[in-house]
Design a protein around this ligand. Structure first.
Ligand SMILES: [Zn+2]
Length: 231
């Protein structure tokens, strides 16, 4: 049985009720979940599954095929009804950082940074790149303006066939990695500033991302430029 991924349609859910459909030593698969599994650069959610007043800690969450495995500090029997609660502070922080990563990527690419080869919650790597300190400061100002404008972060679905990735090598290679049977792609759009396909969790508007606390540029060999950011 597939696990229904409740966080895909609503990333603001913090609690849910579900039934255990599969068990193993210290793990359960549920029929539905709010727990985000590790993936796309985002670490898994932590939290608890409650069974008749007893709490089990969820220590790791992984997606395997179409099922989501919740690793626990104990065992729960198949067929048991559970109440799940995620560590919301941790999740919201990830949503904020990840959404900020989208916006920064869009702004840097529009400013001619060159292709992004790596990114995380604190770092963007571009290669080859001729990114300058001046461009960096321009992006910083623009980022904070967009945060202040509090524009919506829109999620929508599009057919794979209708998606135009143009000459963007990174988007082309990303698209190639998506299994051919996946026909519908989930798009994440931040106004005119960023657009990408992503299955992660995002905040609902740029105001929630918050202003940049720091933005720093480092030049590496072979025209690799690393941007470090803090939100
Ligand atoms: Zn995303």
């Amino acid at each position: 049985m597939d696990t229904v991924q409740l966080y895909v349609d609503d990333s603001y859910l913090r609690e849910f009720d579900a039934t255990v459909v599969r068990t193993g030593p210290k793990f359960v698969v549920l029929d539905r979940t709010v727990f985000y599994p590790e993936g796309g650069g985002q670490p898994s959610d932590l939290g608890t599954l409650e069974v008749e007043g007893k709490e089990h800690n969820v220590v790791k969450v992984m997606k395997r095929g179409t099922q989501i495995f919740h690793y626990l500090d104990g065992d729960i029997a198949e067929g048991t009804a559970v109440h799940g609660v995620i560590d919301w502070e941790r999740r919201f922080d990830f949503m904020r950082l990840h959404s900020g990563e989208h916006l920064l990527t869009g702004l840097f690419e529009a400013a001619g940074s060159g292709p992004k080869v790596f990114s995380s919650f604190s770092q963007l790597d571009f290669k080859p790149s001729d990114l300058t300190e001046e461009t960096l400061q321009g992006v910083r100002r623009r980022f904070d303006e967009i945060v202040k404008m509090d524009i919506p972060i829109r999620i929508y679905y599009t057919d794979r066939d209708r998606l135009d990735v143009g000459e963007d090598a990174r988007k082309q290679s990303f698209l190639e990695k998506i299994p051919p049977d996946v026909e519908t792609l989930r798009m994440v759009e931040i106004g005119e500033y960023a657009l990408t396909f992503c299955m992660g969790t995002h905040v609902k508007s740029t105001g929630e991302i918050g202003r940049l606390r720091s933005l720093r540029l480092e030049s590496k060999k072979k025209r690799r430029k690393i941007v470090y950011f803090e939100l």
